[in-house]
Design a binder for this molecule. Sequence first.
Ligand code: SF4
Length: 468
Amino acid sequence: MNDPRRLYIKSFGCQMNVYDSHRMADTLAPLGYVETASAADADLVVLNTCHIREKAVEKVYSELGRVRRIKEAAADAGRRVMVAVAGCVAQAEGEEIIRRAPVVDLVVGPQSYHRLPDLLARAARDGKAVDTEFPADDKFDHLAAPSGAAIRARGVSAFVTVQEGCDKFCTFCVVPYTRGAEVSRPVRKILAEVEHLVAAGVREVTLIGQNVNAYHGEDVDGRPWSLARLLRRVAQLDGVDRLRYTTSHPGDMDDGLIATHRELPALMPQLHLPVQSGSDRMLAAMNRRHSRADYLDIVERLREARPDLALTSDFIVGFPGESDGDFAATLRLVDEVGFAGAFSFKYSPRPGTPGAEMAGQVDEAVKSERLQRLQEAIDRNQAAFNRRCLHRSFDVLFERGGRYPGQLVGRSPYLQPVQVEAPASLIGTIAAVKITDVAANSLFGVLAAAPAQTPAPMPAPALLRAGA
Ligand code: SF4
């Protein structure tokens, strides 16, 4: 039998890329590829790139510089290493990547991963291969399912892509250009994938999509399902103990979806709901299609449905035209909502997006100063949320060993990491934990003697109406 070929995949960016990397590995497994944790050992190196953040393209080229040295060292030892660039930078840059970095053998966009085996053969034969098309066929039909061993190696919490692409065209965002139009996977394929995962031991499923709550996949009768209906159905599947979904757009948070937070015990009390700015003027310039008041109204209704809901968000500071007053409105929103955490970034223009061409680009020093103040406000709110968890008991899903022997790390219902002294046999199980200490980014606790309880509602921060 031939030695296995070693595959090293490095994922940048969002959960969608982590999921895609898994599916690429699954699709390459029948060719004899097994994953390795080191690029230096690999026969195939895949960089699964992200285009959302600043200098994403330059980061890829600098990573490719490191890969080039690995490839040259392997060639000196008589071994051929293939190098692939996948993901949103691949989609945006296409052949330019090979021109600038000849170390790259193939470039594959996110909608063509199922063609990887063919592309590899083409690159081996012709020297190079590029595929950044949006094929008409459903790539999910052609991507291989993970083996039970691969699922178990990835842990008890799994992502399932239910939707890809986006039609919202926020003026700062490249996703509609790199991932294409919004497409939802059919209901039965999602259910089959979830059943396959839980049969192999997965306990927590996160349904993911760039705009996941725009989901409208078809049932076998051709009728579209909403995300709410899909969540209700997935929650009924045996073995799905925990359910989450991300990332949502406020404009698609309808009543049915909000009601699932009240109705489904498996749906964890945590939601990532990007707002980007607290200023109506900026929200309009960003083409977000919702106002500050709309967002606060959604938050209020979500908290009525699930009072202890942990809300997290995304923010951009320094979008073109952002004034001190606009930024102050963002700071106020952070305190009004009381976010349990948030990602925040300085605006950086993405070529080809409307924001890049807008007048009123904000000075870098101003952006940096605003970002620092915003992050302080977010940290303050996150610390307050974590403090409210102190002395409470709730279920923790143990995912892996901790930094020290005898320590395990799991996730709270609110998605915080929780560190507990517990036997390794608890990995993959859910147990009640009493929180004894909190830090900025994680909680510490002890196994609770009592059986797991439904968490008592935490007092939600006061929700002040804008201008009130
Ligand atoms: S909704 Fe999200 S993915 Fe879609 S364009 Fe806006 S920021 Fe990008």
